[in-house]
Write a protein that binds this ligand. Structure first.
Ligand code: TNX
Length: 527
C-alpha cells in the first residue's frame, strides 16, 4: 500500500520513537471528546514483512518470569533460543531461562511450523499471554528472533540492562523472503579489518536478515587468509595494505571462528580468492606465480594494476588446487568465489582456459563456483552464480549458459560510492549513491530480459581502497545496508521510498546502541 501524500506527511511529522522503540505513529485518530480505542502503532520493521496485522488488546510484557521455551527439534533451534535468551538477559537484566517443557507464563516459544513450510519463512504471534515464533526450518526461527529484536526498544541494543517496560503490542506476522541470496561483501584485502570487526559487521547483517557475507580475501594490495601450503601468501602478502599500513591476515582458526559466528546467525560466508588478476600480493610472495619468474614488490597504491597468474604454467594450477582445497575445508557452505573480474592483462582465450580449470577445481572440491560477471565470457556450468556489477551483456552471456544472477549494480549497491559531493571518503566513478538511490531499484528489472527465477538475489559491496578504518566501514554501510536487505527480502507491493525512509529513521537509536556510526543523510527524517 502506498500512502497518500497527506497520510505521508502525518507519518513523517509523527515519527517519534515509543520509549526508543522502532514504531510509527498510529493512523487512528480519536474523535474529539470521545475515547476511541487506540489502534496500536505499526512497528517500523526492516525488511518489511510480507504480512503484518495489529491484533489489538493488552500488550505482552517481558518480566522476571519470562522464559524462552524451545519446542523445535532441530539442535540449531536450541542454539537460536540460547542466542535470544542471552540477548534478552543483557537487555532486561532478567534471568530468562531456556527450557524445553512446562507451562511457563509470559513465555517466548520457538516451535515448528508444519503448515507453511519454507526455508527461511516464519510466523510470529504476540498476545498478552505470550510470544510464539514458528518456522519449518531453524533459519526461519532465527529471522523471527531478529523481528522480535526490532519490536523491542532500541535501548536493548546497548548490551547493558535497562529498566523497561519491555512491552510489545499484540500482532500477527507471516513472513518469508523474496530471494534466497541477500548478501553483503566486505573487502578486507585493500584494508584489513580484524576478526572482531568482521563479527560486529555480521551482527548488523543479522539484524536485517542478510544471509550471505561475501569476504573479498585477496587482492593486489593484500592476502588475508593463512594458507598452510603457501605460508608466505599471508605472512608476506598480507603484511601491508593500501596506504602502506600494517595490513594483517586471519589465521585459519580465526577464520573458522568468523564462519561459526556467521553460521550461528544463519549467515553463510562466501569466501573469494580473486584470480587470475588482482594477484600482486600473491606474486610478490611467490615469484613462480609470475610468467617471468620475477617477484614484483608489494603494492600499496589505490588504483588497480595489471597483473595475471601465468595461465600456461603447471604451478599456477597446483597453486589454485592447494589454495581452493584449504579454503573448501574451511567452508561449510556450497560456494567458492573465484573472482574473475578485470583480467585486463590476460588474453581472452587464456582467460577462458583459466576459468575452466578453476571451475574444474571448484567442482572437484564439491563446491559451486561464484564469479564476477566477467566469468560469463568463459564456459561456465549451469547453476554457476554470477555477480553482476556493471556490464549487462556479460551477465546476459552468463544467463544464456544457465547461470543464476546476484545483482550488485555499482550505481546502486556499491557502498564505496560517496553519498553525495560532501562525503569525505569513497569513490564516485559509478556516481553518487544516496540513500534513496540505494533503495529504489529492483533486482529483476535492473537488467533487461531477466526473469525472476534467474535471479538469486541482491548483494551490497563495500570495496575499501578509500575506507581505512572500521568507523569508516560503518559510515559507508549505514544507512544504506537496510535498503539492500529490504530489496532482497520484501515484496515490491506495499513499500516505497516515502514510507521506507520514515521506518529507516527509527532505526538510528539501534545503530547507536550497537556503537555504530552512520551517515545522517538529509533524505531521512531522523528524530
Ligand atoms: C571495481 S567491481 C572492482 C574492484 C574495485 C572497485 C572500486 C569489481 C568486480 N572490481 O576491484 O575495488 O571497482 O569501486
Amino acid at each position: 500500500m502506498q500512502h497518500s501524500p497527506r497520510r505521508r506527511s502525518i507519518l513523517i511529522a509523527g515519527a517519534v520513537g515509543l520509549a526508543g522503540a522502532a514504531h510509527l505513529t498510529s493512523p487512528a485518530v480519536a474523535a474529539p471528546g470521545r475515547t476511541a480505542p487506540v489502534t496500536p502503532p505499526a512497528p517500523a520493521l526492516i525488511p518489511k514483512p510480507r504480512s503484518l496485522k495489529m491484533t489489538g488488546g493488552r500488550p505482552f510484557e517481558i518480566t522476571a518470569d519470562t522464559a524462552v521455551v524451545v519446542r523445535h527439534p532441530a539442535p540449531e533451534a536450541r542454539r537460536t533460543a540460547e542466542y535470544l535468551a542471552t540477548w534478552l538477559r543483557r537487555a532486561t537484566g532478567h534471568a530468562v531461562p531456556v527450557v524445553t517443557s512446562g507451562a511457563t507464563p509470559q513465555a517466548i516459544t520457538l516451535a515448528v511450523d508444519n503448515e507453511t513450510p519454507s526455508a527461511e519463512g516464519y510466523r510470529l504471534d504476540v498476545t498478552h499471554g505470550g510470544v510464539h515464533l514458528r518456522a519449518a526450518e531453524p533459519a526461519g526461527l532465527f529471522h523471527a528472533t531478529q523481528t522480535l529484536r526490532q519490536l523491542l526498544p532500541a535501548a536493548a541494543e546497548s548490551g547493558t540492562p535497562h529498566a523497561g517496560p519491555w512491552t510489545i503490542s499484540p500482532l500477527h506476522i507471516d513472513d518469508a523472503p523474496r530471494f534466497p541470496w541477500r548478501g553483503s561483501m566486505l573487502d578486507v584485502a585493500r584494508h584489513f579489518f580484524t576478526a572482531d570487526e568482521v563479527k560486529s559487521y555480521i551482527d548488523i547483517l543479522a539484524l536485517y536478515k542478510i544471509n550471505r557475507l561475501h569476504l573479498h580475501l585477496s587482492d593486489s594490495q593484500g592476502w588475508r587468509l593463512e594458507i598452510k601450503s603457501w605460508p608466505r601468501l599471508a605472512t608476506y602478502g598480507g603484511s601491508t595494505e593500501v596506504g602502506g599500513g600494517p595490513g594483517g591476515y586471519f589465521t585459519q582458526r580465526e577464520y573458522a571462528d568468523i564462519v561459526r559466528h556467521a553460521a550461528e546467525r544463519h549467515i553463510m560466508v562466501i569466501p573469494e580468492i580473486d584470480m587470475p588478476a588482482h594477484v600482486n600480493a600473491a606474486q610478490a610472495s611467490y615469484a613462480e606465480l609470475t610468467c617471468d619468474g620475477v617477484a614484483p614488490p608489494l603494492y600499496t597504491g589505490e588504483k588497480g594494476i595489471p597483473n595475471s597468474l601465468c595461465t600456461d604454467k603447471d604451478i599456477t594450477y597446483r597453486f589454485i588446487d592447494d589454495v581452493l582445497g584449504e579454503l573448501a575445508d574451511l567452508t561449510p557452505g556450497p560456494y567458492l568465489h573465484i573472482g574473475g573480474d578485470e583480467a585486463l592483462a590476460t588474453k581472452p582465450e587464456d582467460y577462458r582456459f583459466f576459468i575452466s580449470r578453476a571451475q574444474q577445481t571448484v567442482h572437484r572440491l564439491g563446491k559451486r563456483m561464484v564469479g564476477w560477471e566477467e566469468v560469463g565470457l568463459a564456459d561456465i556450468a549451469p547453476g554457476t552464480v554470477v555477480q553482476f556489477w556493471a556490464n549487462a551483456a556479460k551477465a546476459q552471456g552468463a544467463l544464456a549458459q544457465g547461470a543464476k544472477l546476484v545483482l550488485s549494480p555499482s550505481k546502486k549497491a556499491y557502498f564505496d560510492m560517496k553519498y553525495d559531493a560532501n562525503t569525505p571518503i569513497g569513490h564516485d566513478w559509478a556516481g553518487y549513491t544516496d540513500v534513496q538511490d540505494g533503495y529504489t531499484w529492483d533486482p529483476v528489472t535492473y537488467i533487461p530480459g531477466v526473469t525472476e527465477s534467474q535471479v538469486h538475489g541482491a548483494e551490497a559491496a563495500l570495496w575499501t581502497e578509500r575506507v581505512a578504518t572500521f568507523e569508516e566501514v560503518q559510515y559507508m554501510t549505514l544507512p544504506r545496508l537496510p535498503g539492500v536487505a529490504e530489496i532482497g527480502w520484501s515484496p515490491v507491493d506495499g513499500r516505497g521510498w516515502e514510507e521506507y525512509r520514515v521506518r529507516l529513521a527509527t532505526h538510528a537509536p539501534r545503530w547507536s546502541g550497537l556503537g555504530w556510526r552512520y551517515h545522517r543523510s538529509v533524505e531521512v527524517p531522523w528524530g
